[in-house]
Design a protein around this ligand. Structure first.
Ligand code: 5GP
Ligand code: MN
Length: 352
């Protein structure tokens, strides 16, 4: 970034924080202290190698933030290993367009005892999956995140629950490192910003978010191509699996919900990551305040996606059920049956 763009980023950052609202169960956490940024910069400048991780089954914000910072660190001459702890390590198809995939290594090749590790968008230690042992063995762990439910599992927290996306904090980190915002970095950050703001539709979309988007778009990235990669394409089999999920959708007392089994997907050879978007169709239901989609992963566990229109804090509900997230978008993992999972969810929802 040029110095004046950096100033703009700094200025743009301030009003957003003053105006932003609490989006999460744990309440807003104050903006990150300068002393913490300084400590992060000292740790990074002292390191030859930096190990980066994001949460399992990464979304655009997790992977985009990690790869953007990976680019910046590499251009500063650091060795970079970036990964996420999925048992079957594969970048979800819809994120394969992101530049910087050569920064990625499978969890087996991740440093066993990193001197310095940075985690992105992971609200719990659990969400690091196979990389938990590496994280536990790391000398320093910087946690970069915007989930209000973040448990602060590192040695240094760069956590700001008023940030619309982890990508907002990643951009801050990059400019504080003296990094330049090029088109590759901007593409990764934009993927994070556009994912977590629901294409600039959610209430987290402040003026500062649009100003950040303007800085990113000014590098020449193709927002139309990014949008198509993220939301406007899927294999034909997705329509078949979606049809099955919609066939059995239930509306009960302000709650709309459905589920997708691995057998449904196997019948059409559809990978798990392709069903992430079903919640966006289900949640539009006028008669429901809360939407839930249970997605059975390849290991047979239910990944539960929940959404609220604002009156209910699904983040708190999901934290109570062992997961995490935000006020209006959260999730958790269940190893029970569909019936048991929904019974437990309704119980917690009743308390919220
Ligand atoms: P999604 O439904 O899109 O997978 O996730 C919505 C939000 O809930 C995201 O912010 C995500 O990080 C969080 N989330 C989803 N699943 C889990 C989970 O199993 N554990 C935790 N801690 N958070 C989750
Ligand atoms: Mn995020």
């Amino acid at each position: 970034m040029t110095p004046d763009v950096r100033d703009e980023a700094r200025r743009a950052d301030r009003p957003a924080r003053a105006e932003s609202r609490d989006e999460g169960g744990g309440g807003p956490r104050s903006a990150i202290a300068e002393a913490d940024w300084d400590r992060a910069l000292r740790l990074i400048s002292a390191a030859d190698e930096v190990a980066l991780s994001c949460h399992v089954t990464p979304d655009g914000d997790a992977l985009g933030s990690m790869l953007a910072v990976g680019f910046a660190l590499r251009s500063l001459g650091k060795r970079v290993a970036a990964s996420f702890g999925d048992r079957h390590f594969a970048v979800p198809r819809l994120l394969r367009f992101l530049p910087g995939q050569d920064l990625l290594v499978p969890p087996e090749e991740f440093p066993a005892e990193p001197a310095l590790m940075i985690t992105f968008d992971s609200s719990t230690f659990e969400r690091l999956g196979l990389l938990r042992a590496n994280t536990a063995a790391a000398r320093e762990v910087i946690v970069v995140d915007h989930h209000p439910s973040n448990e602060g599992f590192g040695t240094l927290s760069l956590i700001d629950s008023t940030a619309a996306a982890t990508a907002v904090l990643a951009e801050q980190l990059i400019y504080r490192l003296g990094g330049r915002l090029d088109r590759d970095i901007a593409t990764c950050l934009y993927a994070g910003l556009v994912t977590d703001t629901g294409s600039f539709r959610h209430s987290s979309t402040t003026p500062a978010v649009h100003q950040m988007a303007a800085r990113l778009v000014a590098t020449g990235l193709r927002t139309d191509e990014i949008a198509r990669e993220l939301w406007d394409r899927s294999p034909f089999s997705y329509l078949k699996v979606l049809a099955g999920a919609l066939e059995r959708v239930m509306l009960e007392d302000g709650l709309v919900w459905t589920y997708v089994t691995r057998v449904d997907r196997a019948a059409y050879g559809l990978p798990y990551s392709e069903v992430e978007g079903i919640i966006d169709i289900v949640r539009r239901t006028d008669e429901a305040e809360v939407a839930v989609v249970l997605k059975e992963d390849d290991q047979g566990a239910w990944q539960v996606s929940t959404r609220s229109k604002g009156a209910v804090d699904v983040g708190a509900v999901c934290v109570a059920l062992g997961g995490g997230g935000h006020h209006n978008a959260a999730g958790y993992t269940s190893h029970d049956s569909v019936e048991e999972t929904m019974a437990a969810f309704r119980r917690e929802l009743g308390k919220a």
